[in-house]
Design a protein around this ligand. Structure first.
Ligand code: F6R
Length: 242
């Protein structure tokens, strides 16, 4: 695992933007695996700035998101569909038909999981997958204990994850209890992975990721079995290492 330590969140976001832009410029038909939550917001801002300033072209790019809450409609402001449109897709020249996100409102969730996993095979897998990490080490919404061989599936969100994400909702009760997420094996299918972490809140997870043996109790540690992972952290997230 390659490790890059940046000074702060802004510098981290600029670095990730640079790597994504390079991917798209080198390979205009790239498939990008994308994440939601707070961590990639700075990166998405930089990508939008870059699109306007440097005319990066997203017309032929495909995106595949990691996860979606169960029960939220695409038009719900808390859904990850809405998040992606608001924070990236509506601001760049990507073709909305080539942006894929699991459907949290499908009538048959098992079929939706199968459909999304098939899409990863047919449309993807991503050339570059961007990941955040939960305080408990989750990637996508693969909570501790999820099998390293899991594919797209429905998961019960950990209470700590619901509490951490309550900041995006009016109250904790509004945070869905389940999500549909790419599995760990699905994520490992990507060619390259960039894992980002910022702030003291993530320091314990980053220490455990780098210093402990891989374990299903620390889902991100599965990335140690992948050949091309770059961990990009800021100084606060890295401060407990060593
Ligand atoms: C989001 C996702 C999650 C987040 C993680 C960190 O699509 O898959 O794994 O990356 O929960 O969230 P933030 O960045 O809000 O701290």
């Amino acid at each position: 695992m390659k490790i890059i330590v940046m000074k702060d969140y802004q510098e981290l976001s600029e670095k990730v933007c640079e790597l994504i832009e390079k991917q798209v410029n080198d390979q205009p038909k790239s498939v990008l695996g994308l994440a939601t939550g707070g961590s990639p917001l700075g990166t998405y801002k930089e990508l939008i700035k870059g699109y306007k300033k440097r005319a990066v072209d997203y017309q032929q790019v495909t995106t595949m998101n990691l996860d979606e809450y169960i029960g939220l409609d695409k038009s719900d402001p808390q859904s990850y569909h809405f998040f992606m449109r608001q924070h990236l897709f509506d601001e760049i020249n990507i073709n909305p038909d080539r942006t894929y996100i699991p459907n949290g409102k499908a009538n048959n969730q098992d079929k939706e999981c199968e459909r999304y996993e098939r899409l990863i095979e047919e449309v993807g897998p991503p050339d570059l997958q961007l990941l955040g990490i939960g305080q408990n080490g989750h990637i996508g919404f693969n909570e501790p204990g999820t099998s390293f061989t899991s594919e797209t599936h429905i998961i019960e969100l950990a209470e700590s994850t619901r509490k951490a994400n309550a900041r995006f909702f009016d109250s904790l009760e509004d945070v869905p209890k389940q999500a549909i997420t790419m599995g760990i094996r699905s994520i490992l299918k990507s060619e390259k992975v960039i894992l980002i972490a910022s702030g003291e809140r993530k320091a314990a997870a980053i220490k455990s990721l780098l210093e402990d043996e891989p374990s299903e109790n620390m889902p991100a540690s599965a990335l140690k079995n992948h050949k091309n992972v770059t961990l990009i952290v800021d100084e606060e997230a890295y401060m407990k290492v060593g």
